[in-house]
Design a protein around this ligand. Structure first.
Ligand code: SF4
Length: 269
């Protein structure tokens, strides 16, 4: 019988950076339009797999000289090749042992249905699972004040996909610590898009020129802010205060950051 440790050990061998497991009961309050059971009714466990965004993939944006490195190694290739291959390989491992494994990419949960229900009582396709919510249910971290998913290992610097399986695995405990202790990270945003209460004005993010990219999958999804000045400042803060485990010989921010405040007025500091 395949054990939880067998699955986790296999994932570690193929260099998966993060793996967490939620039992399906943690999704009891999720509506059918977003519930894993709507995709695979026999789901017993939800496995969340994470791969890091290399810190160096952010370097070109941090210096303001090379944005494509991030958009490929930190986003498109990371999502669609590197992380997808990890998800695929763990799925293969489960299926080689006789358990069905449904790989699910990190598509935005905001995407509206694009079809009609094929049976009475079923949600319309496509059912979209909130991957960050699944990562919380799998005990991998928290949503920080800036709206980023933060892990104790990498802060905001990772992406997730999930696998639904009919194998009953041992769930991980929910994360009940804090990654971030900074209550004023709204100061990281030059456009004042983050309120003191931690509410993000995504309309401002959509026009922000500080390293933001459109959602790679659908216009209804949130913009990709992981290369933006808010995320890079968050990462620098967490590293300087020893709040994450993946640390480096040299600090991330080596000189004052650039920022576009409005109408292409560029400031430093
Ligand atoms: S993406 Fe831009 S506008 Fe949005 S919070 Fe970050 S820095 Fe501010």
């Amino acid at each position: 019988m395949l054990r939880t440790e067998d699955v986790k050990n296999f994932a570690r061998e193929i260099r998966v950076d993060l793996i967490g497991i939620a039992d399906i009961e943690r999704f009891n309050d999720i509506p059918p339009e977003h519930n894993p059971l709507s995709i695979f009714p026999e789901t017993r466990s939800v496995i969340v797999i994470g791969r890091r965004i290399p810190r160096g993939a952010l370097r070109g944006i941090e210096e303001g000289t090379q944005f494509a490195n991030y958009s490929l190694y930190g986003r498109d290739w990371l999502n669609n090749r590197i992380l997808a291959m990890s998800t695929f390989k763990v799925s293969e491992f489960l299926e080689d042992n006789g358990w069905e494994a449904v790989p699910v990419p990190n598509l935005p949960p905001e995407v509206p249905p694009s079809g009609i229900p094929v049976r009475e009582g079923q949600p319309a396709p496509n059912v979209m699972i909130d991957i960050e919510d699944a990562a919380i249910k799998a005990g991998l971290g928290e949503i920080g004040h800036c709206g980023f998913f933060l892990t104790p290992e990498f802060g905001p610097r990772q992406r997730f996909q999930i696998i639904l399986t009919d194998l009953r695995l041992d769930p991980d405990p929910l994360f009940n610590g804090r990654v971030c202790d900074y209550p004023s990270c709204q100061s990281f945003c030059p456009l004042n898009a983050i309120t003191a209460a931690g509410v993000i004005d995504y309309k401002k993010c959509n026009i922000c020129e500080n390293g933001v990219f459109p959602n790679p999958y659908h216009s209804s999804g949130k913009p990709d802010r992981l290369g933006a000045i808010c995320a890079r400042s968050c990462l620098d803060y967490l590293e300087r205060h020893n709040l994450i485990k993946n640390t480096f010989q040299n600090p991330f921010r080596k000189r004052p950051s650039w920022k576009v405040v409005s109408e292409r007025r560029i400031e430093e500091g």
